[in-house]
Design a binder for this molecule. Sequence first.
Ligand code: NBP
Length: 491
Amino acid sequence: MDNSRKSDIGLIGLAVMGENLALNMAGKGWEVSVYNRTVRGVEEGVVERFMNGRAKGKSIRGYTDIADFVASIGTPRKIMMMVRAGSAVDELMEQLFPHLAEGDILIDGGNSNYEDTGRRVLLAEKKGFRFVGAGVSGGEEGALNGASIMPGGSESAWPEVKPVLQSIAAKAPDGAPCCDWVGPAGSGHFVKMIHNGIEYGDMQLISEAYWVMKKLLDLPNEEMAKVFAGWNEGKLRSYLIEITAGILSHKDKTGGYLVDRILDAAGQKGTGKWSVINAMELGMPLGLIATAVFERSLSASKELRTQASGEYARERLRAVYNKEELTEELYAALYASKLVSYAQGFAVLQRASETFGWNLDLASVARMWRGGCIIRSVFLNDIAAAFETADKPGHLLLAPYFKNEMNRLLSGWKRLVAKAIGEELPVPAFSSALNYFYSLTSAHLPANMIQAQRDYFGAHTFERTDEPRGRFFHENWTGRGGDTRSGTYGA
Ligand code: NBP
């Protein structure tokens, strides 16, 4: 290590993500300075432990003083923060500001809220610095060996941070780094948030496929693992399908399979919930992810479910299903529902892009997710290709390739949902996706009744089918009401 040379980049926060990112950077030939708050009361500080352990002999310098840490980095400085999202980032920024020089760049690689990132970009720029909010996906493994990184914020910082970030990013099968500039303000963290929401959806869909196989086909774990492994050879090839096959055949040390010993109460950290809240704020349907979030909440009410299951007898048809036929239908349900979920997620990104003026390149987002991250899959190639065409589809399901796929999958998908519902087996995400698809492809919906009711009780007005759009009418439904209309506002 050349001690006369300043470091190429600084990294703050030596928890699981920060440690591994620092090692990844050093492995790519960058000189890295690292800093962590010194934790009092422990024999060895976090920095010391890292420097004497995994960082030993690598091009990494450790600091416990923030001023020394900043001074060790070459200007314009690039400092990546990998600390707990929330107030820790604001506190750290305040501690860093007095030591920074004009043009220095702060990168927040944590799971920050996109609105916080937008605010921090403005704050940093007002002080003459630059700020990049970079969503990082891939967990510990991705941090060490290549993650999907979604940077957005101060655009002039991109040429400076690009070489480091792209070097530590995963590479897609065609060699492209899974990291590219997303857009201004908090757009990088918004894209990362939707990535996580889609992850919730994929996991719920896979769990429903597993449950149908287990409950309607009585398949042993090894057989289910083989079905997932088979799907992983085709269009559903993805990290989550691959690990599901591994999980199903993983033995427990007490005998049997570990998955059968794991309590059915799912946890969550909030990014799925945020995706849904923000979709609602933008007035966009994100039903599949919402279903996935709510199903985790319902699963967590284990005691209530156990009690309720004793109160209502379940009526199973006890039909004998043909394994080949049902797994084909399951494949159709899984693939089509996944398509709906991605279509909904990308539609939210498109709406956010228009609302906030981000000018997002959806093909580029799809390409960034092809490697390193939890939702990586071959199917993202098809999504990128759809958004790359000259006449970009207004909705993913209107792209010719996906239109063909949906038409091919529909009959198996609806048969599967009907069978599961008939057996009183919950498939909330498969059926939510199917209902969305039916609504999306209906020129007429019963919303005329909703508008009539709104006007009846609240004078909320309605548009007429025999008048141009944008003209609003109010009816005196009972003969007793007046002509006063309620103000119009979006919700
Ligand atoms: P944590 O989210 O557990 O954060 C721990 C780190 O934050 C430690 O280095 C801790 O320092 C530091 N920190 C805290 Br807490 N408060 C601080 C403050 N006020 N000032 C300075 N440092 C502070 O670590 P992680 O799991 O490595 O995740 C880091 C970020 O990356 C998070 O935003 C997370 O959401 C995101 N992320 C995590 C994963 C994952 O798989 N874990 C994946 C993708 C993204 P200390 O040691 O002194 O307490």
